[in-house]
Design a protein. Structure first.
Length: 335
């Protein structure tokens, strides 16, 4: 990431909560500027850069960005976390990250290239003087998220490159990334063996997934004669919505049924496929609305609506309220 004094980009608001979580864990005073942006969906990139510099002044140390990244939770990354947690392997997650990375960092363009035997993930800095702190936290957030929440095994990196000159204590970086870290390079990038991209990801035991599945089970409990097929259907719709693969024929194939067989089963339950999809959409919508940093447009995208207005109309039919009204009445914001 670059030092953008005149850049009007923005970052995801959840990153402000990440900095607050770090301050609280380290018993540091929360900067006034950080307090002001706590419940904003997004805030200016220059504020993010300045906040990092303020934290560095409070606690000057090599590898500060690496330390901050250790406190990342899915809620700090928003829509990318929700999307990535539905992916089946690391390569698919990287593709999602590439497609939506500007929702976290609306700054340097992200480039993902597969040139066997390595995949290169790099940031193209629009200015010639990126800061080490903003660069390292960008890479560390990605790696930490993969390590903690997605990969069944350790993520094995090949090398990490930074444009900036080497600090006095480079060992901190090699210990964190567990690979060779080079400074003074032409590009800031992470090199990953292509074989790592095929690794399956864990999702079923993740906190967010468990929460959503528990909610889905609660919907099932409302059915008069819930069966194992209903549980599989609910799960297929839940994960299908996160991948935009929730159509009737796709779900039927996942369940090993014909479309007619699935329709007949739902008819016996006194419901339709569209009604079941809408039930799951409503459950997901209420969970996403509890995240103050997800915009209504992003929530509509997560629920596979082509337009935000379509989501708003559906939500008003479900609850009699607009999504924003429901959010205001039902959400207590916590960091």
């Amino acid at each position: 990431m670059s030092q953008f004094r005149h850049y009007a980009g923005s970052v995801f608001g959840g990153l402000g909560h990440l900095l607050t979580a770090y301050c609280e864990a380290k018993n540091l005073p929360v900067p006034e500027q950080l307090q002001r942006i706590q419940h904003q969906e997004r805030f200016d990139y220059v504020i993010w850069r300045d906040l990092l510099e303020q934290l560095y002044q409070l606690q000057p140390r090599t590898g500060l960005g690496l330390e901050i990244a250790e406190y990342v939770q899915p809620k700090h990354l928003g829509i990318i976390a929700y999307l990535a947690l539905s992916c089946e392997n690391l390569g698919e997650a990287l593709a999602r990250y590439h497609d939506f990375h500007r929702l976290i960092y609306d700054g340097s363009p992200l480039v993902v290239e597969f040139s066997p035997p390595y995949a290169s993930i790099r940031w193209e800095a629009p200015e010639p003087h990126p800061t080490q702190l903003t660069d390292e936290i960008a890479i560390a957030l990605m790696v930490q998220f993969l390590k903690l929440f997605m990969s069944k095994d350790s993520v094995h990196l090949h090398e990490v490159h930074f444009i900036n000159a080497a600090p006095k204590q480079t060992g901190i970086y090699e210990q964190y990334f567990r690979c060779k870290v080079r400074f003074g390079q032409p590009k800031t990038q992470l090199l990953l063996p292509v074989s790592e991209a095929l690794k399956p990801l864990k999702t079923g035991d993740h906190t967010l997934q468990q929460l959503l599945l528990q909610q889905a089970q609660a919907l099932l409990d409302q059915l008069p004669n819930s069966t194992q097929l209903d549980q599989r259907l609910q799960h297929a719709i839940l994960t299908g919505l996160q991948k935009n693969q929730y159509q009737l024929d796709v779900i039927a194939e996942k369940l090993g049924l014909s479309v007619r067989q699935l329709q007949r089963h739902l008819q016996q339950q006194g419901t339709t496929f569209q009604q079941r999809v809408q039930q799951v959409r409503f459950m997901l919508a209420t969970e996403y609305l509890k995240d103050p940093h997800l915009s209504l447009q992003e929530i509509a995208l997560l629920l596979c609506y082509s337009e935000q207005s379509a989501f708003q109309r559906a939500f008003k039919l479900w609850t009699g309220q607009t999504p924003q009204q429901w959010r205001n009445n039902n959400t207590t914001y916590n960091s």
